[in-house]
Design a protein around this ligand. Structure first.
Ligand SMILES: Cc1ncc(COP(=O)(O)O)c(C=O)c1O
Length: 385
């Protein structure tokens, strides 16, 4: 499905760490974090060992407590909602834009105004014990590498005094009206699993301008050790969310090539779009005018209702073209149904997009002939050949 874009310089950066005694909490994590401060213009960057860990720390820093509400999207990778469940908070899902798959800002405004109407059908037992629980934050996701429409979201946040946690795990390098995805809320998070634009193997980073939150998140990632604590002093309940030195070194080397990596991915996406534009059953990714740069994370083709999407996926797999239905909406995952009582039809736009999309093989190291091969196979299967 995807392939990391690695050079000998990247590999060398990792090997060099192995010749030093510092494999964790050494100079490489500091260089890595500095690279993200330079890139984003934010005061603080905090390296962590996954995007999920980063989002979880933001949830803690935003003061989200058991029973609190956070408005977010059902059309995302599960981690963006799971981090709320880790703290026994209640995700308030609102539906998404049918073109981009990003959260619909008008629905966010309506949910902030009429929160009771947006509560899940079934509330988890914890809410009975949290009478002061309230709406605390909005967690938009920059889906597939396209920024959510953040200006109207910021307006709602301002009006209701809410924090914004921007999940930019899929959107490193994307831009919204010339501003970098990840810098549009109080906290932004990027992720570096090997299918991402740049990789550290596993890893993520949080960026923020909030000094106090940054100190708190640094402490939490390191077993709750606050500034001044010794190795066995733990001011807070924390986690081991540290990013090791090999991963950090790889990340810094990869960041130095970010623009080149993004350009290669743009080219591969353009090859797909060019070819798929001629296939009547396929709708290609819509890119909004406010998206001044798309950071292609995946290439998702959407098929019209006449196409048996799952049958098509199986036929492609059988011919050696790996594809994935993308995304399966979060609210219909079994544990979400069990906890909150969601049903099919609750978020029709997200469900519709989820039922029609297939992520095609995609990476910056694909050649034009490989894209051609995927598209030829796709056209042949659609023609019933
Ligand atoms: C939207 C979104 N949020 C969060 C994550 C979690 O990142 P990680 O896999 O690094 O924990 C991902 C990763 O795929 C993602 O796509």
């Amino acid at each position: 499905m995807s392939s990391p874009d690695l050079t000998d310089t990247d590999r060398q950066a990792v090997l060099e760490v192995l010749n030093t005694p510092s494999l964790s909490m050494g100079p490489r994590i500091q260089e890595f974090e500095q690279a993200f401060c330079d890139f984003s213009g934010r005061k603080h960057a905090i390296g962590v060992n996954s995007g999920t860990a980063g989002l979880h720390l933001c949830v803690r820093a935003a003061g989200i407590e058991p029973g609190d509400y956070v408005i977010t999207t059902p059309f995302s990778f599960v981690a963006s909602a799971n981090v709320l469940l880790f703290e026994n908070a209640v995700p308030i899902f609102v539906d998404v834009d049918p073109r981009t798959g990003n959260i619909n800002p008008e629905l966010i405004a309506d949910a902030a105004k009429n929160i009771k109407e947006y509560l899940p059908r079934r509330m988890p037992p914890v809410t009975r014990h949290t009478p002061h629980a309230s709406l605390k934050a909005i967690l938009p996701v920059d889906v597939f590498g396209q920024p959510a429409d953040l200006d109207p979201i910021r307006k709602v946040a301002q009006e209701y005094g809410l924090k914004i946690i921007e999940d930019s795990c899929e959107a490193l390098g994307a831009e919204y009206k010339g501003r970098k995805a990840g810098t549009l809320g109080d906290y932004g998070v990027y992720a570096f699993y090997p299918n991402k634009q740049i990789t550290t193997g596993e890893g993520g980073v949080i960026i923020t301008d909030d000094d106090q939150a940054a100190d708190f998140m640094r402490a939490l990632r390191n077993q709750g050790r606050a500034v001044g604590d010794t190795w066995l002093q733990h001011t807070y309940l924390g986690y081991n969310y540290r990013l090791d030195e090999m991963s950090a070194a790889l990340g810094t080397a990869q960041m130095a090539r970010l623009d080149e990596v993004l350009k290669k991915r743009e080219q591969v996406a353009a090859w797909y779009t060019e070819r798929l534009a001629e296939v009547p059953e396929v709708e290609t990714q819509a890119v909004e005018p406010f998206t001044t740069r798309m950071s292609w994370f995946v290439y998702v083709a959407r098929f019209d209702k006449s196409v048996d999407r799952d049958g098509l996926a199986n036929a492609l797999e059988a011919r050696g073209v790996p594809v994935r239905p993308y995304f399966a909406p979060i609210h219909l995952q079994p544990y979400m149904v069990e906890r909150f009582g969601y049903r099919p039809g609750d978020f029709p736009v997200a469900e519709n997009l989820g039922s029609r999309g297939l992520a095609l093989p995609f990476s910056g190291v694909m050649s034009e002939s490989q894209v051609e091969q995927v598209c030829q196979t796709l056209r042949a299967v659609l023609r019933g050949e």
